[in-house]
Design a protein around this ligand. Sequence first.
Ligand SMILES: C[S@@+](CC[C@H](N)C(=O)[O-])C[C@H]1O[C@@H](n2cnc3c(N)ncnc32)[C@H](O)[C@@H]1O
Length: 318
Amino acid sequence: MSEIKEAFDFTKRQISISDIYNTSADVVLFDGNCSELLKDIPSSSVDLVITSPPYNLGKKYEKKMSLQAYLKNQEPVIVELVRVLADTGNLCWQVGNYIENGEVFPLDIYFYEIFKRFGLKLRNRIIWRFNHGLHCTKRFSGRYEVILWFSKSDDYIFNIDPVRVPAKYPGKRHFKGPKRGQLSGNPLGKNPSDVWDVVTHDWEDGVWDIPNVKANHPEKTEHPCQFPVELVQRCVLALTQPDGVVFDPYCGVGSTIIAALQHDRKAIAAELDSNYITITRKRIKKFVDGELPLRPLGKPIHEPTGKERVVQLPLEWK
Ligand SMILES: C[S@@+](CC[C@H](N)C(=O)[O-])C[C@H]1O[C@@H](n2cnc3c(N)ncnc32)[C@H](O)[C@@H]1O
């Protein structure tokens, strides 16, 4: 496990929470079905939809149904999500696999077709790889999930600089050609790529680790399927501007809300289970008080210290 910091460094401030749609609230936290909340959200008013929907796994909060019935059920919500998305907006749909009688159905493949049919354009199919999970006996153990990132149009928000990760050799220079001697990489760090990985826990080497939320994760609550706040943070930073509006129709215990507040975005969320709403409220309060245990996002912008391993230039280049 990489380094865990206990609390995010956050200046105490007031957060206004509304339980119905309200444009002046910092957070809209709707206790009920997202289809109901969606009726009140104006068209083209949301900058980022990010969610991990129910996976039809038969968890406490979902009734397991056939795959086809499950997907049909999701369509009316998806139509509405596309409607509320701004023209420059983005949508991130984080899913794993649906398993029936030992057969694997990768949900992203089924969802891709639905979003495409409703006019969204895929920008990345992000593989989020982690190290903990069930040990399978009749197939290889599953150790990744997928985030489908779509935009509504070709004119979409994408800010790479706030989410750059440290390059392994920040001082590397071109060896030949017209740029000979110049730095070959971006001094702010490199693009984190479409594989969000756990190759190494060595932060000095600049490889990020986004573990899934299991028992020893500092963010773990009683919710069985939380996604880590840092996963949402990366999407919030790259895919919205400050003051943007982030919407999670399947809020769970509010991980999206926390990530939005961390970066001065407004949050809208719906959750069917009142118990999870209560936990979300407690998490927001702890966050405002600077007491919410969170894994840190890491170093969003790599600032070279001057001590990096630098490729030595041949004398004649100096
Ligand atoms: C996979 S979990 C999301 C967990 C969340 N990402 C987090 O980090 O806490 C899906 C959540 O959607 C909720 N849910 C299911 N159907 C819903 C609906 N129609 N409207 C609102 N919430 C719903 C479930 O109660 C569950 O908490």
